[in-house]
Write a protein that binds this ligand. Structure first.
Ligand code: GLA
Length: 389
């Protein structure tokens, strides 16, 4: 049985053991992002895709107002009341309870429910397992209670749940990618208008390899929210002279240089990175359309440099892996991925050399950090969906 079926089987049998027959099951994937990091909450562009690793949820209605949740692979359960929802001390239930909380706040009529979750998205690896849980939960509740919410509104609600219940001021990318992912395509998403289009992503002769530092990033408790504030401070300063600038999406490099260069150095560096990254993504999309994957790969390395030196969301393990990748002829492009402070690098690696590359990186990493490196070769898959029983 494949890993995917294993997870589906696990949630199904655990549900049966605890609650009987589940009513429906939903699968929602993790995501990668090719380029365009920390640009989502600055209303720029991102280029994510859903992957072939997902969170599975089995769910069924209850007659009362109780919510019973089990994480089958963590062997943990929790009970909460729909009438008095508050964040749990454990992290994982908050991704489900936050969705119930949002639905209630928006006036949707839901009752108590039982749910069992499990998945094969590595946790804390920057692959958005949390967004996958949120999207799985909202999709499942939308079906179960026949709420009639559109996919885009589900994405918006899931982002709000993360902002308000979990406390991470994340952008919309992760939920959007999980919900709207499409096999063999990356999503070019404009985070201001939420217009998007699928770009066919042909992996001609290379694979997507993720190298996991296993440094667990806890974005909420790190600097993520601070980065957002630093960008807002930059926007406020620019807007004094250019009131039409509402986000860094509207700012030019000239504005950043002429207005921010002499001020707070952190604010200047953060804004410089974001304005460059928004432009880099647009140029990178042209590379992809032109089939110039080598030019695209070089931009990935540039993104890493900016994330590390200007945006300061990398760590020594990620820098080491990105630097290592740069020395390997097998690698077309590589960089840290996601919010940062740990998690994975994403590497585009030539087919024939994937095994050698992974072995070499693991040996170098062990030598430098005395830690084992995990690796995942991922394929681009479809977004959130119902699974037939
Ligand atoms: C995390 C957030 C996203 C995005 C990325 C960085 O994954 O949840 O909204 O900001 O970091 O690109």
């Amino acid at each position: 049985m494949s890993e995917k079926n294993n997870c589906a089987h696990l949630v199904q049998t655990q549900y049966a053991k605890q609650f009987g027959q589940h009513q429906l099951m939903v699968k929602s994937p993790g995501r990668i992002n090719l380029i365009g990091e920390h640009t989502d909450y600055n209303l720029g562009f991102v280029l994510p895709a859903a992957i072939d690793k997902a969170i599975y949820i089995a769910i069924g209605k209850r007659a009362d107002q109780t919510i019973c949740l089990t994480a089958a692979d963590l062997d943990q359960s929790i009970e909460a009341s729909l009438e008095s929802l508050k964040p749990s001390d454990m992290q994982w239930p908050n991704y489900l309870l936050g969705i119930a909380d949002q639905l209630k706040k928006k006036g949707y009529s839901i009752g108590g429910f039982n749910a069992v979750v499990a998945g094969d998205v590595p946790l804390g690896a920057g692959l958005s397992s949390s967004a996958a849980v949120e999207c799985a939960t909202i999709f499942a509740l939308n079906e179960l209670f026949e709420l009639g919410i559109s996919k885009l509104d589900m994405v918006r609600l899931a982002q709000k749940a993360e902002n308000e219940f979990v406390g991470l001021q994340c952008g919309i990318m992760d939920m959007f990618a999980s919900m709207f992912g499409k096999k063999d395509s990356v999503i070019q998403l404009d985070c201001r208008s939420l217009e998007y289009h699928y770009m066919p992503f042909h992996q001609d002769g290379f694979q997507i390899v993720l190298l996991d530092t296993c440094v667990k990033h806890s974005l909420a408790s790190t600097e993520y929210n601070t980065r957002r504030l630093e960008c807002e401070a930059g926007v406020a300063a620019i807007a004094k002279l250019y009131p039409e600038v509402k986000s860094l999406r509207d700012a030019s490099m000239d504005m950043v240089e002429s207005i921010l260069a002499g001020g707070d150095i952190k604010v200047y560096q953060r804004c410089k990175f974001i304005v460059a990254e928004i432009a880099r993504l647009q140029a990178g999309c042209q590379d992809l359309v032109a089939g110039d994957i080598a030019a695209f790969g070089l931009k990935m390395f540039e993104t890493h440099k900016g994330l590390s030196q200007e945006y300061e969301v990398s760590c020594s393990e990620l820098d080491f892996l990105a630097d290592y990748a740069k020395t390997q002829s097998a690698v077309i492009g590589a960089r840290m991925m996601g919010g940062g402070f740990g998690g994975c690098t994403i590497n585009l690696v030539r087919d024939a050399e994937v095994d050698n590359f992974i072995a070499g990186a693991a040996a170098a990493f062990k030598n430098r950090f005395q830690q084992d490196l995990k690796s995942y070769i991922v394929a681009i898959g479809d977004g959130t969906s119902l699974i037939n029983n």
